[in-house]
Design a protein around this ligand. Structure first.
Ligand SMILES: Cc1cc2nc3c(=O)[nH]c(=O)nc-3n(C[C@H](O)[C@H](O)[C@H](O)COP(=O)(O)O)c2cc1C
Length: 151
């Protein structure tokens, strides 16, 4: 998981393996999401105690960066690159992973982030879950569209 360090990033990492903490973060994320306007189906999902934002994954990693407006674009890129490195290494190690953008709404609860060990002047950019997959479905076929090939 140290693969993110191969990316010259302003990235801070917070890892959570405690299933009660991950479950609490799932409930809080749903609470924050339910305050926004969504389709009826999504509203139901967010109101329900069932189902979890993190799919019961045993490991949650939050990539965080300093809240600095002038560096935001670079910090976002750093986080994306670091996340991709971690996803690729996880895959190589036989793990499954998923980016959980919904959990960025936890930024609306700064007190909770501090409890999680996120520095006060940082924000969560890339929440990621990892675990050993129960199944290995084939990836969907992807169409690669080249607009114009110039020789
Ligand atoms: C930036 C980003 C945020 C995502 N956030 C979520 C999320 O909050 N919850 C979720 O289940 N999947 C999330 N995903 C995963 C996508 O829903 C999707 O499963 C993944 O990109 C694979 O795409 P595919 O369904 O085309 O194979 C996110 C993906 C990206 C790139």
């Amino acid at each position: 998981m140290g693969s993110f360090r191969y990316e010259p990033a302003a990235v801070e990492v917070r890892c959570h393996e405690n299933k009660h903490i991950i479950e609490m973060l799932s409930l809080r994320t749903k609470e924050l999401l339910s305050k926004m306007s969504w389709s009826v189906d999504m509203q139901e999902t967010f109101k329900s105690k069932k189902g979890t934002i993190f799919y019961g994954a045993p490991l949650l990693i939050l990539l965080c960066v300093p809240r600095k407006e002038e560096w935001r674009t670079i910090n976002l890129l750093d986080c994306g690159l670091a996340a991709q490195n971690m996803f690729l290494v996880a895959y190589q190690e036989g793990m499954g992973s998923c980016f959980i953008g919904f959990a960025c709404f936890l930024n609306q609860d700064p007190k909770l982030l501090i409890q999680l060990g996120v520095p006060e002047d940082h924000e969560v950019i890339a929440p990621m879950i990892f675990g050993y997959p129960a199944e290995n479905p084939r990836s969907k076929p992807r169409e690669v569209k080249i607009l114009k090939w110039i020789e």
